[in-house]
Design a protein around this ligand. Structure first.
Ligand code: PLP
Length: 219
């Protein structure tokens, strides 16, 4: 799978430039809206960490792949609706999009019920875009504390999706700053167009779709 090899080479180079060890950077292959044969060829090449942005779409394709390939780790990278939380808790291994009390509370209940406390990232709307999900930067410290102390979520780190028409650097830097002051080690940031910049700013999880799989089908 040449797309994947190419991304690994670019991760290595970006890590070297930033004085970081590439093993500290997890590549989440975002397979949303991709044809099944492309996903299968990435699985055949040995990659096991994938991301989906919709619960329903993940439910349609991943149970089958899980039967055929061992040790798949599935990350939910898209917004979570409260009526989908229980299904998400069954399907995914990591949640990148915790952004409000209602979701945090339902996740906590789901983890309790299944006995599987999934690592969570809190999504921060660093660009304060009205249409985008995520906690506002000004509310972040309070929400992070509530997720940990009140809901008891295993908060691993923070996630952001910068506005597509802005330099992502300032957004990655802001996310890193909020994580640092809250003692959070993991940063989910960087996509096909900007993952090298994200690595320079400390990304530990990059979410790369089209650069691995090719262009998506129009949904
Ligand atoms: C689709 C998506 C990605 C991957 O986007 P590419 O530009 O194809 O790399 C990453 N993160 C989230 C949240 C997404 O929805």
């Amino acid at each position: 799978m040449s797309g994947l090899d190419d991304i690994h080479a670019r991760i290595k180079a970006a890590a070297a430039k930033a004085g970081r060890d590439p093993v500290d950077i997890t590549l989440v292959a975002v397979s949303k809206e991709q044809p099944l044969d492309r996903i299968e060829s990435v699985l055949e090449s040995g990659h096991r960490i994938f991301g989906e942005n919709r619960v329903q779409e993940a439910a349609d394709k991943w149970p089958d792949f899980r039967k055929r390939f061992e040790n798949i780790e599935l990350h939910l990278v898209g917004p979570l609706q409260s009526n989908k939380v229980n299904e998400a808790v069954e399907l995914f291994d990591v949640i990148h999009s915790v952004d409000r009390d209602r979701i945090a509370r339902r996740l906590a209940a789901g983890f309790e019920r299944t006995g599987r406390p999934l690592p969570c990232f809190i999504q921060i709307n660093t660009g304060e875009e009205p249409q985008k999900s995520g906690c506002l930067p000004g509310d972040a410290d309070t929400f992070i504390a509530r997720c940990r102390d009140e809901f008891g979520l295993p908060v691993a780190g923070l996630m952001c999706i910068p506005p597509f028409d802005e330099d992502p650097s300032q957004h990655f830097a802001l996310l890193a700053e909020i994580a640092e002051r809250n003692g959070l080690a993991k940063l989910s940031m960087g996509m096909s167009s900007d993952f090298e910049t994200a690595i320079a700013h400390g990304a530990t999880h990059i979410r790369v779709g089209s650069a691995i799989f090719g262009e998506r089908k129009t949904p």
